[in-house]
Write a protein that binds this ligand. Structure first.
Ligand SMILES: Cc1cc2nc3c(=O)[nH]c(=O)nc-3n(C[C@H](O)[C@H](O)[C@H](O)COP(=O)(O)OP(=O)(O)OC[C@H]3O[C@@H](n4cnc5c(N)ncnc54)[C@H](O)[C@@H]3O)c2cc1C
Length: 431
């Protein structure tokens, strides 16, 4: 391709589309490149269980500044959640049940202990390195839970409450979660509401279409990138089908787990490179379950690794049935397998359909939402976010605020767009 773009944005998930929109709005010539034949990345809607459903990220909240600004800009609102209904929790090998208030009375004191130092560790959540957190940075969630001296029942209850976010207590660091809770003034429930309750009316696709309608960036789909070479005066992007695309600057807005497949020249500094090598450990998919009839709303919590279903909730009624959502580590379960697992909590329940998207087997994601490994959140991620010559790294996996979320992707994409625009405008004023 002979054309030279001011900016090439690689990856058209939420981070990439916001970066492309913001830079093109300033009059720069932008190309937005994606390996898939669609935009949206890990926000993705498709036909499932008779409806069109979110198969990736979907929950957002009005307390999240970037998403809320975008939704307001496009006149899009939110769908209220169903009542939490009856709660079921799996602990000490048995199923327990009660109202959501009863579950909260058991779990809240445990969560308070787990996150007691969140605000002390991250007094200014907008500045991750405001204080030295090297002591806790290496602590896994498992280490932290071990330090609380819980009974096995309490431990299962606590791990169950976290299981919508955490699938491996050992490979996820506590620092990211402490930061998330600190962002919401030390209140886990407030943070958790943003992460798993309210969805976009019309879905993520509606927002993505609205954002893309505001950009004249050239969109190149079905174009997997294989190399990025910064030559100083320009960056050359090589694709798997041996095209080259030239730009003055590049923003990569890729899932962390796919960056290692792209040959980047010059080499990145060791700490930034180690973030790429160590990857995002969340191995997740999304499961929708359609249950026969409109059953009483419910939520289920079970510790990861101790039961195959972990954090589920009835999402809404559809055509006389109940749709249930699970952001899951589940594998190899068919409809009758899922029914059998659910019946342990809801005897007699009939599953009429399931739909599952594995983000682990998805070659352009290779993982779920971001949960930093112990040791990476205030070190490797910070380093990778710094500009590397004319190459900038963005994305929900690397975000400073709310990593692992749509909000994180938008804020990171917008930040990279601001940094790149400033650099481009300085270059122009120096000519
Ligand atoms: C199951 C699941 C549930 C989630 N639930 C929520 C939720 O409820 N709320 C929430 O806020 N967040 C949630 N998340 C997280 C949220 O979806 C992500 O943080 C966010 O969508 C990431 O956006 P992104 O633009 O950074 O990356 P992505 O959306 O992954 O976009 C990256 C893009 O890069 C492209 N790409 C990859 N490799 C190449 C290549 N070699 N060349 C060119 N392009 C390439 C991909 O095709 C993709 O389009 C969830 C995620 C998952 C997986």
């Amino acid at each position: 391709m002979d054309e030279i773009f001011d900016v090439a944005v690689i990856g058209s998930g939420m981070a990439g589309i916001i970066a492309a929109r913001d830079i093109s709005e300033k009059g720069y010539k932008v190309v937005l490149i994606d390996a898939r034949d669609r935009v949206g990345g890990r926000t993705y809607m498709d036909a499932a269980c008779g409806d069109v459903l979110e198969l990736g990220g979907g929950y957002v909240h009005w307390t999240q500044p970037y998403i809320w600004t975008e939704l307001q800009r496009h006149g899009i609102t939110l769908d209220p959640p169903m009542d939490e209904g009856k709660n079921y929790w799996f602990a000490d090998g048995a199923v327990h049940s009660g109202s959501s208030q009863q579950f909260s009375q058991i779990v809240s004191p445990l969560l308070e202990r787990l996150f007691a130092d969140s605000r002390a560790r991250f007094p200014m959540p907008f500045n991750l390195t405001a204080i030295d957190n090297s002591k806790i940075e290496k602590e896994s969630i498992e280490d932290r839970i071990n330090s609380l001296g819980l009974s096995s029942y309490q431990r299962d209850v606590l791990e169950g409450a976290l299981s919508g976010l955490v699938h491996s207590y050992k490979s996820h660091g506590i620092a990211q979660l402490l930061h998330a809770v600190a962002t919401y003034s030390g209140n886990f429930d407030a943070f958790f509401e943003t992460a798993g309750t309210w969805s976009i009316k019309g879905g993520t696709k509606k927002l993505i279409d609205a954002i893309l309608a505001q950009t004249d960036a050239k969109l190149l789909l079905s174009t997997p990138v294989s190399s990025i070479t910064d030559e100083g005066s320009r960056v050359i992007i090589g694709t798997r089908d041996e095209q080259t695309i030239h730009a003055r600057m590049v923003i990569t807005a890729l899932p962390l787990n796919t960056i290692s497949e792209i040959h980047i020249t010059p080499n990145l500094p060791p700490l930034a490179q180690s973030m790429i090598t160590e990857k995002n450990p969340t191995m997740a998919g999304k499961l929708w379950i359609r249950i026969k009839g409109e059953i009483e709303p419910f939520s289920i919590y079970a510790p990861a690794g101790k039961y195959p279903l972990n954090a589920l909730r009835a999402e809404r009624y559809f055509d006389g049935d109940t749709l249930v959502l699970y952001d899951a580590a589940i594998r190899d379960q068919d409809r009758s397998g899922v029914q059998c697992l659910l019946q342990r909590f809801l005897p007699g329940v009939q599953v009429v359909d399931i739909a599952y998207h594995s983000w682990v087997n998805d070659e352009f994601a290779k993982g779920g939402w971001m949960m930093n490994r112990p040791g990476n959140f205030t070190t490797g991620a910070v380093e990778l976010r710094k500009p590397h010559g004319n190459i900038y790294f963005a994305g929900g996996d690397l975000s400073e605020s709310e990593p692992g979320s749509i909000e994180g992707a938008l804020s990171s994409g917008a930040q990279a767009a601001r940094d790149v625009s400033i650099k481009l405008s300085k270059q122009i004023s120096n000519i």
